[in-house]
Design a protein around this ligand. Structure first.
Ligand code: UDP
Length: 246
């Protein structure tokens, strides 16, 4: 049974894993007794959690906290001297699908527009022969219709649920509905990953990813993210302050 080491960065928890370690942790969660969240940790969430008790609670109760942002990876190495690699949520999701196809974990895709949701489901089914897509549903569901959706997820028998509603919507959804899920054991919040799989949005070119500059590419190509990344200098400042003054 693999349970990764969990450390703290500026008050937020993060698991010291690489992709293989994350997959091993997924296997452990699948064998567990209840639905647990897989949450991507990045500098934006670390800073937000300092003033947002709901996000803090959702991080504290997560089953796996992947180091999704390169800033978090550097901060853990610098402050905690632990080994870990960046595990982007957008890469963990297909890796979980490959694992699910191999080990027979049925999956459910919840989120994104109807068109993207259907396309992403079709792409995954084609890419991972043997993958059981127990169900899928778009992400534009109002509160009144949510009990029916939860019932459908339960009836599908899915053990892995991908929730693509964006942050913090997907974390709030998981916080609220995880206790109602009967067969799901792993619930990953995947943000805009269905859009990437469906081919509607492109990830940064490989050269940017290899240089750990995916964040910069997104900043330039999706300026609305510039607002969100305004926390990066604050994150960097806090990391160095802790390094220098404890
Ligand atoms: N979305 C959804 N329901 C909503 C709002 C958003 O399903 O009520 C979907 C949206 O279609 C998109 C994803 O959530 O597929 C959000 O992607 P974004 O890139 O904003 O998320 P991030 O990765 O930034 O958290």
């Amino acid at each position: 049974m693999a349970t990764p080491k969990r450390v703290e960065v500026l008050g937020a928890p993060v698991d010291c894993v690489d992709l293989e370690g994350a997959l091993a942790a997924i296997d452990t969660l699948i064998a567990g007794p209840e639905a647990r969240a897989v949450v991507a940790v990045n500098p934006e969430k670390v800073i937000k959690a300092q003033s947002d008790p709901v996000l803090r609670r959702s991080l504290a109760s997560a089953g796996l906290l992947i180091p999704d942002g390169i800033g978090v990876v550097y901060a853990v190495r610098l402050l905690r001297h632990e080994r870990l690699e960046r595990v982007p949520g957008a890469e963990l999701m297909p890796a979980i699908c490959a694992r699910a196809a191999l080990r027979g974990y049925p999956v459910f895709l919840f989120g994104a527009s109807r068109e993207v949701n259907e396309k992403a489901s079709a792409v995954l089914a084609k890419e991972y022969p043997g993958l059981v897509i127990a169900g899928h549903h778009h992400g534009y569901v109002d509160d009144a219709a949510m009990p029916d959706l939860v019932a459908a997820i339960n009836a599908s028998g899915a053990q892995v649920l991908f929730v693509a509603l964006g942050s913090p919507r997907q974390e709030l959804w998981m916080e609220k509905y995880l206790p109602e899920l009967r067969h799901v054991r792993v619930c990953q919040g995947v943000g805009g990953t269905f859009d990437v799989i469906a081919g509607r949005v492109r990830r940064a070119p490989l050269a940017f990813r290899r240089a750990n500059l995916e964040w910069f590419y997104r900043l330039v190509t999706e300026p609305r993210r510039a607002i969100r990344q305004i926390v990066l200098p604050r994150f960097t400042y806090q990391v160095f302050r802790e390094k220098l003054f404890g």
